[in-house]
Design a protein around this ligand. Structure first.
Ligand SMILES: Cc1cc2nc3c(=O)[nH]c(=O)nc-3n(C[C@H](O)[C@H](O)[C@H](O)COP(=O)(O)OP(=O)(O)OC[C@H]3O[C@@H](n4cnc5c(N)ncnc54)[C@H](O)[C@@H]3O)c2cc1C
Length: 432
């Protein structure tokens, strides 16, 4: 770490507190707290990308780099498996994990706060509490922001809790489940899907499937309507359609090319650019999405003013030096899904590149990424898609490796254990 320089914490003029090195509790069991003068990596967001990046910067630097993770939520709540909470076969407790291991085992300083501004020139992140954090490198993994104004009336309906998204796992996930429980038998649940790209391509179809399974068992006169802005199912299409035909005929209806334009919360009605209005008892409307607000506000969303372009060798923003953007917030490479598994991979490539740069080493010139995504078609049966992505130096991007990966042959019960094992493994990889 000969090239690592000490960077002091700075307070912004009038910003209030300076968050010092001693401001967070010292880790109970830190392998090594790092020498005084260690460079600092600030990680924004403790989701699939950020938590992994925080742990792996510590690990790969042999606990020499100082890592601060800023996250407003007290615990990590997983979006993967959250559709099972909506479907009623799992609880929010089953998909919630603590951040304590990151501190106790890896010496990551976890600060429960929100980054409200990033000064890329001075390398300072300002927190909602007014504290200021100086960084040598900043990893930004803020997930997605809903583009409320793309669907008229949705912002207010969402704020009032009448029309939910539950596209970030947490209290809304439980609230959507309660809406479904309160719905009378014979009611209609409608889910509206925006045009791709959006967070988790198969997620809405999985949600529709597990809700259909719940209705089949508990409210058999009810109906699930999928209203998709896309031309066809965007992921695992044949497998979902097989499950719908075999298990939910007459109960679940799929309508492509239905782009939602407005909602009327008073009558629970969804309006479209072209087709007739649809009224439902429970409406789950997903608007178009873009990179998390802090990325947009910092001027990093330089792809269609929605997503963040990065240098694929180290995930550094093409708009600002020393800021590395990972996870759902980036402009994807070909066939790269916005998934937790991918965000975990982005984080590891980024952590390795940051540690290399701060040591004066060459970064890996040929990084690889993988993705596996399981979707439940009911509480017992699963389908998966997997892919491998390699950095292509000539094109300076990631490309899928032909012949690697694949799909389930059919919805099946055998892979259900794999799906739960996948979740346990990736949570441990991020947080323990
Ligand atoms: C229903 C559903 C099912 C899914 N199923 C799967 C699946 O089976 N497999 C899979 O791989 N993926 C799945 N996904 C997708 C996966 O959840 C996302 O791709 C993944 O969470 C992206 O990671 P991220 O780090 O970019 O964002 P997130 O995991 O959302 O993390 C972002 C974090 O940043 C924090 N944050 C935001 N702004 C700030 C700020 N200004 N300051 C500090 N913190 C901030 C947020 O609080 C949040 O904790 C699913 C998603 C959904 C919605």
């Amino acid at each position: 770490m000969a090239t690592i320089k000490r960077r002091q914490l700075l307070s912004l003029a009038g910003a209030g507190t300076v968050l010092g090195l001693s401001a967070c509790a010292a880790p109970a069991r830190t392998p090594s707290t790092g020498p005084t003068g260690a460079a600092r990596v600030v990680v924004v967001g403790g989701g699939y990308g950020g938590a992994t990046a925080a742990k792996y910067v510590r690990l790969l630097s042999q606990y020499k780099l100082d890592v601060v993770l800023v996250e407003p939520d007290a615990d990590f709540v997983s979006c993967p498996l959250s559709n099972l909470v909506v479907g009623g076969s799992r609880t929010l407790g089953d998909i919630t994990r603590s951040y304590a291991g990151l501190t106790a085992r890896h010496g990551v300083r976890v600060v429960r706060d929100t980054v409200t501004a990033i000064d890329a020139r001075q390398r300072i992140a300002t927190l909602a509490t007014g504290a200021a954090l100086h960084y040598d490198k900043l990893v930004l993994s803020p997930g997605v922001e809903m583009m409320w104004d793309e669907v008229a009336g949705l912002r207010a309906a969402s704020r009032e809790g009448r029309i939910l998204q539950a596209w970030k796992a947490g209290p809304e996930t439980g609230a959507l489940r309660r809406q479904l429980e309160a719905m009378p038998d014979g009611g209609v649940f409608a889910i509206a899907i925006p045009e791709a790209p959006y967070r988790c391509p198969p997620g809405p179809y999985e949600r529709a499937s597990v809700v259909a399974a719940y209705f089949k068992a508990a409210k058999p006169r009810s109906k699930v309507l999928i209203l998709d802005a896309n031309e066809d199912v965007t992921s695992k299409g044949a497998l979902f359609k097989q499950a719908w035909a075999e298990s939910y005929a007459g109960l679940l209806e799929y309508r492509p090319q239905h782009k939602a334009s407005a909602v009327d919360a008073a009558t629970n009605t969804l309006k479209f650019e072209i087709q007739d209005d649809v009224r439902a008892d429970v409406l789950n409307v997903l608007p178009p999405m873009r990179a998390g607000a802090i990325a947009v506000q910092t001027g990093l969303a330089n792809a269609n003013a929605r997503w963040c372009n990065v240098n694929w060798l180290n995930f550094e923003s093409t708009a600002a030096r020393h800021i590395h953007v990972i996870g759902d917030a980036i402009q994807i490479a070909a066939l790269m899904p916005k998934s937790g598994h991918m965000a975990n991979g982005h984080a590891k490539v980024t952590a390795a590149a940051i540690v290399a740069e701060l040591n004066g080493w060459e970064a890996d010139p040929a990084p690889m990424l993988t993705n596996t995504c399981y979707s439940f078609v009911d509480a017992e049966r699963v389908v998966h898609v997997a892919s491998v992505h390699a950095y292509a130096a000539a094109e300076r991007t990631f490309k899928p490796v032909p012949g690697a990966g694949g799909l389930s042959a059919a919805p099946n019960a055998r892979e259900t254990a794999y799906a739960f094992d996948w979740a346990r493994s990736i949570w441990a990889d991020m947080l323990e």
